[in-house]
Design a protein around this ligand. Structure first.
Ligand SMILES: [Zn+2]
Length: 58
């Protein structure tokens, strides 16, 4: 498993549980990426390592 460098921007609908890349259905890990003025919350697929930015900031 290799985490891709690319972070895909996702617009959240009702639920974001299935990885668009590989179809993994059991949800995501999360990580926090430092950016201007705080952190971006990045969701990571445990199966394929795809990374998604759903627009959450903290
Ligand atoms: Zn995946």
């Amino acid at each position: 498993m290799k985490a891709s460098e690319e972070i895909v921007k996702i617009k959240l609908g009702e639920e974001f549980r299935i990885c668009p890349q590989c179809g993994y259905e059991l949800g995501f890990h999360s990580s926090f990426l430092r950016s201007e003025g705080g952190y971006r919350i990045i969701l990571i697929c445990p199966e394929c390592g795809a990374r998604y930015d759903v627009g959450w900031r903290m």
